[in-house]
Design a protein around this ligand. Structure first.
Ligand code: ATP
Ligand code: MG
Length: 322
């Protein structure tokens, strides 16, 4: 099943530094799945405002079509998983959406406004956040100070950057820490944190800019399976509490299927399916891509073949459950 809309007037060459001239418009209302998308897509998205509209997004690296004209939406209040085998084009997609990487073609509209071609800091200022990675230089600061630094960075208060972090909006920083369940660790130095707490702190920091959409490329990388589950559950709570959208990649299928509201599946740059977890679990092409077969698969079976992740040494791997 393909998921391409039948017509895409917005599709065209993306020119770096020359965003489309589309006027700023409010996000669309309703479960308006693009034409040609499966019913499960419309049902899962019903009633939610569209935050991000991706159409015909394409990236070539020489002869390699890394992302081949994909279409999807992200809605307010939804946790949307982008999954696919290694090299499927997930990170390339993230990097084009957040302005780090120029697209070869396509359109990305955020809140109705064309953002493709904008520099990443401008995209961030419009409300598209991304996972934060704590810089090694901040490791000696306390947990609270790190969040204060993130608040300063988002407010672009460059002059106070190194001088007065600990006086900067401590209540707001504390509220962010409490939102990720780390209020009790506020005065700990960051360097002594357990890895799972570092990841939660990074989440608090990525919320400092009050994003309406957060892009998280492998937020649980390096975490043990139980911690992955807890972090994504926390992200889902935050998505609901803030009515924000989150697009994330995750290699543990158990985590994806337990928490994602919807799932989009890339394989070799093509978007082969999108829908709710139930629809994706049963989708023949997804099963083929992940398992090389369309039969005999049950929940919890480790995946082999195209999507197998055993070889890269990361925990979790790709599991069945599709
Ligand atoms: N800067 C680059 N230059 C050339 N080719 C690239 C570059 N970045 C990505 N690619 C290629 O584009 C394709 C998609 O890569 P991408 O990193 O987006 O995959 P991914 O789905 O994020 O994979 P993974 O699950 O391993 O993170 C791959 O074939 C990759 O080799
Ligand atoms: Mg990647």
């Amino acid at each position: 099943m393909t998921t391409r809309p039948e017509a895409n007037p917005a599709r065209g060459e993306a020119r770096r530094g020359q965003p489309g001239a589309a006027p700023e418009t409010p996000p669309h209302r309703g479960g308006n799945a693009p034409a040609g998308l499966p019913a499960s897509f419309a049902n899962a998205a019903a009633g939610r405002a569209v935050l991000l509209e991706v159409r015909g997004l394409t990236r070539r690296f020489g002869g390699n079509l890394a992302v081949a004209g994909i279409d999807f939406n992200v809605h307010a209040g939804e946790l949307l998983a982008l999954i696919g085998p290694n090299g499927a084009g997930k990170s390339t997609t993230f990097n084009m959406v957040n302005g780090q990487l120029a697209a070869t073609a396509g359109s990305v509209r955020f809140g109705g406004r064309e953002i493709l071609g904008m520099p990443s800091h401008k995209v961030a200022r419009l409300g598209v956040g991304r996972s934060f990675q704590i810089a090694a230089t901040f490791a000696s600061l306390t947990v609270l100070q790190n969040v204060q630094m993130a608040l300063i960075a988002h407010q672009r208060r460059v002059f106070s950057f190194f001088g007065r972090a600990d006086r900067h909006e401590p209540e707001r920083a504390m509220a962010l820490l409490e939102q990720v369940g780390m209020g009790h660790l506020a005065q700990q130095p960051c360097s002594g944190l357990a890895y799972g707490d570092v990841k939660r702190l990074e989440l608090a920091m990525s919320l400092a800019g009050d994003p309406r959409l957060l892009l998280m490329d492998e937020p649980t990388a390096g975490m043990a399976p139980g911690e992955r589950n807890a972090l994504v559950a926390l992200v889902k709570d935050i998505v609901r509490a803030r009515n924000m959208g989150v697009l994330f990649t995750e290699h543990s299928m158990d985590v994806v299927f337990d928490h994602a509201d919807r799932i989009i599946v890339l394989a070799r740059g093509r978007l082969i399916a999108q829908g709710d977890p139930e629809g994706i679990r049963a989708h023949p092409e997804v099963r083929r891509v992940y398992f090389g077969s369309n039969e005999g698969l049950g929940h919890g079976v480790a995946a082999h073949g195209a999507a197998g992740r055993e070889s890269d040494g990361r925990e979790g791997g790709v599991h069945a459950g599709i």
